[in-house]
Design a protein around this ligand. Structure first.
Ligand SMILES: [Zn+2]
Length: 110
């Protein structure tokens, strides 16, 4: 029993990327004697013929992303220490209070 060349309109099994299942497909495009494009008979999504290959599931992309982020973060230099707050404001405030005390003292003594 020899395999005959596929023809347009043939129904073949293929993996539908939309249904994410191996389903019946119509052959809608041929490249020579090879199936080029198929249309899913379930969702009517046309796509390249995948030779009925179910793609292997990738590792969860979120955990990969997290790992990548951690790698990037660990390879980055630590952020520099924040510069100490300028003491000018504090000193001014203290001077002001000192001034208040001084005025109070003056008032008391007068
Ligand atoms: Zn489908």
């Amino acid at each position: 029993m020899s395999e005959r060349a596929p023809r347009l309109g043939d129904v073949i099994d293929d993996y539908c990327p939309r249904c994410r299942l191996l389903l019946n497909h119509d052959v809608t495009s041929l490249f020579g004697e090879a199936v080029a494009k198929v249309t899913c008979r379930t969702c009517h999504n046309a796509h390249d013929y995948r030779h009925a290959e179910v793609p292997t599931r990738r590792k969860s992309p979120t955990s990969d992303k997290k790992k990548l982020l951690e790698q990037v973060l660990s390879s980055m230099p630590k952020p520099p220490e924040p510069p100490p707050a300028p003491p000018a404001f504090d000193r001014k405030k203290r001077d002001l209070w000192a001034e208040v005390e001084r005025i109070k003292g003056q008032k008391k003594s007068s």
